[in-house]
Design a protein around this ligand. Structure first.
Ligand code: PLP
Ligand code: ZN
Length: 415
């Protein structure tokens, strides 16, 4: 038995008491993305501070009462979640901010935050007796679905746009996915996957449409809160593509407020790329979201038509946060700083979060007296091509101490 009360449509607000798993609002179709509501009163009775102290499960399943899945199939999954939250002593001084934390989601089993959603999708597919699960993705959702499905014995059919980085493609091929590379952008990839899923009746892991996935993503917020002993930073910062991740972060903190475990929502800063910024524009120009070009090297957030505009915008509005945009150069600078000063190697879309913090700090939207947590959403080894473009070629020396001394004394090694 789960503690799910029902599902509410984010578009028409209709409430559906939980009977069986619903995907979208039958009235609103695609636009009717559902939000899962819980029986917080009952959860409160089991999930108090002692619950966390005594819980030895260091994975997202430690939050089972707040998740829309049965326990049965969780037993065999990969270990997802419980990633480290580092205090970033070096960067906080450089950025001139009172306190900075880095949540390293690159340490999930397939090296991105997407594992939190994919493992929920796989468990839901098993609960509903599916054998094949499918999605379209710019890369991480795909590789994470392939890995998590492999562990749970499900088959995967995955659609990727032709620009997906080779690290991510390699991962999902190694995990044994049936891969369909679509000759086009993310939009056409998504359309083909949607048509195929409805034609074949596969389980749908497309992030916005499937309302259970945001529930997995919210566990990153639950962990941050727990790791900070429920004393949250003023700001929580994350990069935004479809809007599901930031929607999930909001939902996690919302749950904790409902349970009385925290007393306020941190301000959420959503970060987009200058070359693809539909959320930023809709938020600051206060208008309907419009399709955007997908012109950035941060492939994971190059989403021209976000699939979850309502949850993403609501997260930022209700938290009194904001959206920021950063250039590709700012993203790569942040990527290098994070690696050099904190030892965390982020993929470009993940480093965008830090770049957004730095920009907001410069504009004084975020103040020196503020505290912040940046969620690093994916690992840098997924996309070495962009990283190689911003580092120096290593020196090649003969096996000769004199050459080495010459080289070191010229000071070139410290460039
Ligand atoms: C998917 C992803 C994001 C953005 O998440 P959305 O739910 O699409 O907003 C950010 N960074 C990385 C590394 C991702 O894989
Ligand atoms: Zn509806």
């Amino acid at each position: 038995m789960t503690y799910v009360k029902g599902l509410r449509c984010t578009h028409c607000n209709h409430f559906y008491p939980f009977e069986k798993d619903l995907m979208i609002c039958p009235n609103c179709q695609e636009k009717g993305i559902l939000d899962i509501e819980y029986k917080y009163k009952e959860i409160k009775e089991v999930m108090n501070r002692d619950y966390f102290k005594n819980n030895l499960d260091l994975s997202i399943w430690r939050y089972l009462p707040l998740l829309p899945v049965e326990e049965k199939y969780t037993k065999n999954s990969l270990r997802v979640g419980w990633t480290p939250l580092y205090k970033s002593f070096n960067l906080q001084t450089m950025i001139d901010i009172k306190s900075l934390y880095i949540k390293d989601e690159g340490l999930n089993p397939t090296q991105s935050l997407k594992d939190r959603a994919s493992v929920i999708a796989c468990v839901k597919a098993l609960e509903n007796n599916y054998e094949i699960i499918s999605c379209s993705s710019t890369g991480n959702a795909a590789s994470s679905l392939a890995g998590n499905a492999a562990k749970l014995g499900l088959k995967t059919v995955i659609f990727v746009p032709k620009r997906a980085p080779v690290g991510k493609l390699t991962q999902l091929l190694v995990f044994g996915a049936d891969l369909i590379k679509v000759n086009g952008d993310y939009k056409s990839t998504y359309q083909l996957s949607k048509a195929a899923i409805s034609h074949y009746g596969w389980y749908n892991r497309n992030a916005a449409v499937n309302p259970y996935l945001v529930e997995g993503k919210k566990t990153v917020a639950l962990e941050i809160a727990e790791q900070l002993e429920f004393n949250l930073t003023d700001w929580v910062i994350v990069s935004v593509g479809d809007g599901c991740t930031i929607g999930g972060v909001y939902k996690g903190f919302y749950d904790l407020i409902e349970l009385g475990l925290i007393d306020r929502m941190p301000k959420l800063l959503g970060v987009q790329s200058e070359g693809c910024s539909p959320f930023y524009k809709a938020f600051h120009e206060e208008k309907e979201m419009e399709e955007s070009e997908e012109n950035t090297l941060a492939d994971s957030i190059a989403v021209g038509i976000p699939r979850n505009p309502i949850k993403g915008l609501k997260a930022v509005k209700n938290s009194h946060g904001s959206f920021e945009i950063v250039s590709d150069d700012e993203i790569m600078d942040a990527m290098l700083l994070l690696a050099k000063y904190e030892g965390v190697f982020a993929e470009p879309a993940a480093a965008a979060g830090l770049a957004g913090l730095m920009k907001s700090r410069k504009k004084n939207l975020i103040k020196p007296s503020d505290t912040a947590t940046v969620i690093i959403t994916g690992n840098g080894l997924k996309d070495t091509k962009n990283a190689l473009n911003v580092i120096n070629e290593p020196v090649l020396l003969n096996n000769d101490l004199k050459d080495l001394i010459d080289y070191i004394e010229r000071g070139e090694s410290n460039e």
